[in-house]
Design a protein around this ligand. Structure first.
Ligand code: HSE
Length: 424
C-alpha cells in the first residue's frame, strides 16, 4: 500500500503497523506493507520515524507514485487539505485502487463527486477515521445499525473544542491557552479555525447524517456556529442553571421524515450523558427505531486514536470488504431551517447598573412574545457594568435572533449579547 501524508496521523499509522503488524499479518494470512510514502519534502530528516519504516520504502513528493504507479494495491490518504486529496482519490479510483482516508473536510465538501466516482469505477472509500477518531461509529451506522431508521444523533465530534471547554471549566484556563494546549497535543487541525468555528464538527456530522440518510449531505445544509463568543463567565453561569456548555452536533428526524441539522455551542443539563464527556473525548448518542438509544464514546482526536481507525480500514480493505455501493446515492430528505426550530435559549447581556435597566430588558423580550423562564443578575454596583443572564421558554430561533439584533441596535447593552441554545 502507499501512504499520502506522513504527519501526525501518518506517523501513527506506521507506529501501529510496526507494533501490531505480526498479529494483523496472522489474521489476514499476509503482511500489510507500506511500500511508498508521499511527503512534501522527501529530503527532510525524519528521526521520529526511525525503526518504523521497512527497508526499501520509497519516499517521494509525487502523489501519482501512489495513486497510479504500478505496485500499489491501496491508497491511504492522511495528508489533509481538500483539493489535493480530491484529485488523488479520483486518480486512485481511475487506476483501480480503493482509498482509505481520514479526511472529513474533503469527503464532506466533495463527497457527492467522490462517492459517485468510486461507485462508477467499482471502488471503495473507507473513512472510519474521518469521524470521531478511535470510535468505530461509521462501522456502527453502516453495518451494526443498518436495520434501523435512525431518528437522532446528538454528538460531541470535535476533540479540540471539548478539550478547550473542559480546561476552561475545570482549570479556569483562558481560551487561548486551552487552544494552544490542544494544538500542542496534536488534537487540532492544521488550521484550528476549522475546529473552533464548528466547521470540523459540521464535516463529521455531514458524514454521519449521510450514512443515516443514504444520501450525500451538503455541509452547507448544516447550521454551524463556533465557540467564538463563549467565555468563562458563560461556563460559570451555565453551572448556576445546573448546565454545562458543550459543542454539539445534532441531527434530529421529526415524525414527517424531515431533519434538523445543527452544530453550535449548547447548554445541556449536567446530569446528561454528553455533559460527562471531558477533554479530547468524543461521544455519539444515537437513537434508532429498533435499537433504541445507544452511546459510543472514546478518543476523538490524536495520532494513535485516529490511526487505530485508519489501520482498521486498511484491514477491511485487505479482507476484501466492499461496503454498500448505493449508500450515498439516495435523495436528500427535507432539512428544517434552524430559524424555524423551537428551543430554549440562554442569553447573556452586559448593561450599566442604573435604575430601570432590568425592567427595560424584560419588557423588550415581553413585547416580542419571548417568555423568560429564569433570570439572574449577580450583585452589582450602581453605575457599573453588570451581566444579566436569562433563559427563555421554548421560542422560535428566528424570533430570538431578531430580538437580539434589535436589542443590540437599541443601545441598551454595553456590547453584543451572547446566545446559547439549550437542548433538553
Ligand atoms: N481536529 C479534530 C478534533 C481531530 O479536534 O476533533 C480529529 O478529527
Amino acid at each position: 500500500m502507499g501512504l499520502i501524508g506522513c504527519g501526525t496521523v501518518g506517523s501513527g499509522v506506521l507506529e501501529i503497523l510496526h507494533r501490531r503488524g505480526d498479529d494483523l499479518a496472522r489474521l489476514l494470512s499476509r503482511p500489510l506493507r507500506v511500500t511508498r510514502i508521499v511527503v512534501r519534502d522527501p529530503a527532510r530528516p525524519r528521526h521520529h520515524l526511525a525503526g518504523l519504516l521497512s527497508t526499501g520504502v520509497e519516499l517521494s513528493a509525487d502523489p501519482q507514485r501512489v495513486t497510479r504507479a504500478p505496485g500499489i494495491d491501496l491508497v491511504v490518504e492522511v495528508a489533509g487539505g481538500t483539493e489535493g486529496p480530491r484529485q488523488w482519490m479520483l486518480d486512485a479510483f481511475r487506476h483501480g485502487r480503493d482509498v482509505v482516508t481520514a479526511n472529513k473536510a474533503t469527503l464532506a465538501t466533495h463527497g457527492a463527486e467522490l462517492f459517485a466516482a468510486a461507485r462508477e469505477q467499482g471502488r471503495c472509500i473507507f473513512y472510519e477515521a474521518s469521524v470521531a477518531a478511535a470510535i468505530p461509529i461509521v462501522e456502527m451506522l453502516q453495518n451494526g445499525l443498518v436495520a434501523n431508521q435512525m431518528t437522532r444523533i446528538s454528538a460531541i465530534l470535535n476533540g479540540t473544542c471539548n478539550y478547550i471547554l473542559t480546561r476552561m471549566e475545570l482549570d479556569g484556563m483562558e481560551y487561548p491557552q486551552a487552544l494552544a494546549e490542544a494544538q500542542a497535543k496534536g488534537f487540532a487541525e492544521a488550521d484550528p479555525t476549522l475546529d473552533i468555528s464548528g466547521g470540523d464538527s459540521a464535516h463529521k456530522l455531514a458524514l454521519l447524517a449521510g450514512i443515516v440518510m443514504r444520501s450525500h449531505v451538503p455541509v452547507e445544509k448544516i447550521y454551524t456556529e463556533g465557540l467564538g463568543n463563549i467565555t468563562r463567565d458563560d461556563i460559570q453561569f451555565a453551572a448556576q442553571f445546573n448546565c454545562r456548555i458543550k459543542m454539539l452536533a445534532l441531527a434530529k428526524r421529526n415524525e414527517h421524515g424531515a431533519w434538523e441539522l445543527r452544530v453550535h455551542p449548547t447548554l445541556i443539563q449536567r446530569d446528561e450523558i454528553l455533559a460527562q464527556v471531558r477533554d479530547e473525548f468524543n461521544a455519539i448518542h444515537l437513537k434508532g427505531d429498533a435499537a433504541g438509544p445507544m452511546l459510543a464514546y472514546g478518543k476523538g482526536a490524536g495520532a494513535l486514536p485516529t490511526a487505530s481507525s485508519v489501520v482498521a480500514d486498511i484491514v477491511r480493505a485487505a479482507k476484501g470488504e466492499r461496503g454498500l455501493f448505493n449508500s450515498h446515492a439516495g435523495t436528500l430528505p427535507e432539512i428544517i431551517p434552524t430559524e424555524k426550530v423551537e428551543l430554549r435559549h440562554y442569553v447573556r447581556m452586559a448593561v450599566l447598573d442604573v435604575p430601570g435597566v432590568l425592567g427595560r430588558i424584560t419588557s423588550f423580550f415581553g413585547l416580542r412574545h419571548i417568555s423568560i423562564s429564569s433570570i439572574h443578575q449577580p450583585e452589582a454596583h450602581m453605575g457599573h457594568p453588570v451581566p444579566i443572564v436569562l433563559v427563555t421558554h421554548k421560542t422560535q430561533d428566528k424570533v430570538v435572533t431578531d430580538a437580539l439584533r434589535d436589542l443590540e441596535n437599541a443601545k441598551l447593552l454595553l456590547r453584543a449579547p451572547t446566545r446559547i441554545r439549550i437542548e433538553e
